[in-house]
Design a protein around this ligand. Sequence first.
Ligand code: HEM
Length: 445
Amino acid sequence: MTAEPTITLERDDIQAPVLHPRPTHYAGTMILVRIDERRAGRELLRRLIPFVPSAAGPPDPDRAAWAAVALSFQGLRALGVPADSLASFPPEFQQGMAARAADLGDTGESAPEHWEAPLGSADVHLAIYALAPDSDRLDAVLAGARDALREVSGVAPLWRQDTYMLPNERTSFGFKDGISHPAIEGSGIPGSNPHEEPFKAGEFVLGYPNGNGELPPAPQPEVLGRNGSYIVFRKLQTRVAAFRQYVRAHAKTPDEEELLAAKFVGRWPSGAPLVLAPERDDPALGADPGRNNAFMYAADDARGLKCPLGAHARRTNPRDASIIGVARMHRIIRRSASYGPMLPEGVLEDDGADRGILFVSLQAQLARQFEFVKTQWVNDGTFFGTPPDKDPLVGPNDGSGVFTVPQQPIRRRLTELPQFVVNRGGEYCFMPGLRALRWLAELDA
Ligand code: HEM
């Protein structure tokens, strides 16, 4: 047997969230900033860098608190990054998320003209994203950033989104999230699925070989790209009452309601996966990090009789299931967090509150990872053999959506699915390594 070649990840140069999972209990904030004057932007970066921890810190997510800094293409331009360097970024990043709306399925209510200001505008330059196990540690990690924003003139904070874990420790739809994480070779941080091979670092971090044995395309000069990652954020509003109403109306018996909702997600409310617990929720399994992601699809559920091929979690990471293409090429890391109050259990009427997820993903290539997952797996069912089916939970359904639930003797087809998730806006940003952040802060032209 030949030994696997080992790579050394420069963890002390990679920003913490690229490698560190979100704490189980958390409080978070995202702040978006406009840079009105390039020198002020660089000064802000200089002041922020000491508060941006690297991924070399403790691997235990429940002890970790971090603030991360990322820049949109417009932000890099506002900082005065040279034109040849700007031109070396991939086209989808240069265009920004709003310009990609038609392809991404951000149409109708999710279209950029309905986004929350300033999302989708050329004013979103710099994002500060912080997550901590509690609000005290969040305040501590953000204190330096807040001082810098107050004291540096020529930069303007424009938007802020607070996030926190709901009292039931689940997302607003009622399901535990943040369970499945890939292992990254050389990171020293375990993934959550013992049956899944670790991923090459270059799937998530620039400067290292990816699964194809190639270096992912990186912006120039080398110091700017190395140890960076692309971060996608989207404020996704959830229509919880509409989801509950749909499930209530389509369950054949009251007892079937929870199972039907779980078929949408691929997991039970506790987080227990349908593949391992096909008939009823198993809270002990859902709570056990050693078991709640220890499964694949091909051997145990090839036909989707336990977990439908089109369930949200299965289609966004089909693992070893038989699909067109290679699932491992499209893996993303998620660092999402909930916002807004929970709709009390059992309530079926909408209370008008804004609630949902600040969806955050990290990857080395926007087009091959986030954009592929969204356009091909969430918005379309071709890859899973059910072309008309979009993601039943988060896909852009419009009242005519279809969801196929394999079962014996004949499959069940749910129809007239409305849209349960609306995009309120987002952006593509580049999360540079720490050396690159210093390079940006020291630009002098
Ligand atoms: C409001 C919107 C969303 C909600 C409520 C939601 C909820 C969930 C839940 C409950 C899980 C299962 C827990 C886990 O495996 O960690 C999950 C998994 C996942 N979701 Fe979402 N999600 C949302 C949007 C999205 C979007 C837009 C994408 C991608 C474009 C996405 C990609 C994923 C991926 C990759 C997984 C992991 C699947 C796995 O590895 O088994 N999610 N999501």
